[in-house]
Design a binder for this molecule. Structure first.
Ligand SMILES: *Cc1c(COP(=O)(O)O)cnc(C)c1O
Length: 417
């Protein structure tokens, strides 16, 4: 440990002043573990559980599942994918009701939605056989695209991006043509935290006559999205990151209303059919969002996210974004002051307008540093090349917690050099 100096004392005062003036600070105590000294920098990967969730899970078992038994399906559970979907649409992604549904994992929903979009684009114009995706998109997005290309005899067009940044209009435009069927992009890049200009990129895709599938995993609950206003076609996003739905909670999909009838997804199961309990001889897709379901809704998996959605409705996504920017700005300020002398670099955009809710710090020893920090109850995560991801979850992270964690990073880097 180095001696406390003037700069350190100043950062300490700043963290306390930022916490004291934080209009969202009352939310932190609503999370399990908020009272402990553990530093959690991974709310962008697996959010903390809200305290209310403990009670919700228990009463679900005793009263709803235990008490209502199979009657629960008719009474409420069948509606949950649509009800919670509409809430996500309202509080997190700027979607009017009837366009968002909670269904399968992100991976499976990406598969269903990209296949559906490819099918629709090709039906309109058979020459459209290209799927555009960037080389630094999340692995599952890239793998799903490659699998679909193989399965459907489509071609993948790759966009090369800098791993400290993300997809921009300049990089996207040359990849588009009258052969483009679908473009798959992440709103916030999982590695660098780069925030794409989703409205502008959507316009470019539409000018080329193609459809866009937005991955909102790292934005939902942290960065405001205006799916309707920005003209999105399709979006998919996680609920276990900033929406704190718990390990493996199901993902959501958004489909713009005017596309519902044009899209046919490939996993046609009974829950997506027009008359679920008719048990008819053949599949006919339901109207509206139901057609994007396949099997029985994961009701238990949809419980926890409801508590964070309530908090989000209360806090407002714009206030969440304001705090998120303050947290990432503060993190970069601390990194410049404490970590730059140890040759730690900021591998995220410095302009908050181009940055989502996390900051990636780069140094050759970050793999070792991460292992050591986990043993000390400071929990960021590691991403190649040499990246330490500092995830800052606006409802549950305090500025003092962030500063405490960054001090631990400094000490670990100093020791691992
Ligand atoms: C977390 C994440 C996923 C995860 O997909 P799962 O099917 O839930 O494992 C997909 N895409 C992005 C961009 C992510 O950040």
């Amino acid at each position: 440990m180095s001696e406390p100096d003037a700069a350190t004392a100043d950062l300490h005062d700043r963290a306390h002043a930022l916490d004291a003036g934080d209009p969202l600070r009352r939310f932190r105590d609503q999370f399990v573990g908020a009272e402990s000294n553990l530093v959690y920098f991974d709310g962008n990967s697996l959010g903390r559980p809200p305290r209310a969730t403990t009670e919700r899970l228990a009463t679900f078992t005793t009263e709803q599942w235990g008490g209502r038994l199979i009657r629960g399906w008719d009474e409420h559970w069948m509606q949950l994918p649509f009800e919670i979907g509409d809430t996500i649409g309202r509080v997190a992604i700027g979607a009017a009701a009837g366009q968002t549904v909670v269904a399968d994992s992100t991976t499976v929903l990406l598969y269903k939605m990209i296949r559906a979009a490819l099918g629709a684009a090709r039906a309109a114009s058979p020459a459209r056989r290209e799927i555009v995706v960037d080389r630094d998109n999340f692995p599952t997005d890239r793998y799903v695209v490659e699998g679909i290309a193989r399965e459907c005899a489509a071609d993948v067009v790759w966009i090369d991006v800098d791993t400290s940044s993300g997809v921009t209009a300049e990089l996207l435009a040359p990849a588009l043509s009258d052969r483009t069927a679908v473009v798959v992009l992440s709103h916030v890049a999982y590695r660098s935290g780069h925030l794409a200009d989703a409205r502008h990129l959507t316009e470019l895709v539409h000018e080329a006559g193609a459809l866009v599938v937005w991955d909102l995993c790292h934005s939902a609950g942290s960065v405001p999205v205006s799916a309707d206003e920005w003209g999105f076609d399709i979006a998919v996003g996680c609920t276990y990151k900033y929406l704190n739905g718990g390990p493996g909670s199901p993902a959501f999909a958004y489909v713009a209303a005017d596309l519902h009838d044009r899209l046919a997804q490939p996993i046609q199961g009974w829950m997506g059919s027009a008359n679920v309990f008719a048990m008819g001889p053949e599949y006919r897709p339901a109207p509206g969002m139901r057609r994007f379901l396949s099997g029985t809704p994961p009701v238990v998996g949809m419980l926890a996210m409801q508590d964070t959605l309530e908090m989000l409705a209360d806090a407002g996504i714009d206030a969440v974004r304001t705090k998120s920017i303050a947290l990432t700005d503060f993190t970069i300020e601390v990194a410049d002051s404490l970590l730059a002398p140890l040759r730690v670099e900021v591998a995220s955009p410095r302009d908050s307008a181009e940055r989502g809710g996390h900051v990636t710090l780069s140094h050759p020893s970050m793999r070792e540093v991460t292992a050591r920090l986990w043993r000390e109850d400071v929990i960021p995560d590691y991403r190649d090349p040499h990246g330490l991801r500092i995830g800052l979850s606006p409802l549950s992270t305090s500025f003092a917690e962030a500063l405490r964690g960054l001090h631990a990073v400094r000490d670990a880097v100093a020791d691992c050099r």
